[in-house]
Unconditional design. Structure first.
Length: 89
């Protein structure tokens, strides 16, 4: 079960139309993507989710949900709320 920011990062990846990078994830969770430290904090959470088997990286780059990743603790409302921020430049 995911909680807090890990849940938000996972929901942003699930809501995205395709693989997303650290900057896109940072924007999707409502943080300042122009601040490198904020991007690194979000990217770190994505790496942890990858290590735990929730996310995978496409060619060691953008993140996407792992095949068979359980989405039960991510509500459709939270994923929809984050959808508008994910996948933007």
């Amino acid at each position: 079960m995911l909680s807090g920011l890990y849940r938000e990062v996972f929901a942003a990846v699930v809501a995205a139309a395709g693989p997303v990078n650290g900057v896109e994830l940072t924007r999707a969770v409502g943080w300042e993507a122009e601040i490198k430290n904020e991007v690194e904090k979000i990217r770190h959470r994505a790496y942890v989710l990858e290590k735990r088997g929730w996310l995978v990286r496409a060619n060691d780059g953008p993140f996407m949900s792992a095949p068979g990743a359980v989405v039960r603790d991510v509500s459709p409302a939270s994923a929809e709320r984050l959808r508008s921020g994910a996948g933007t430049a």
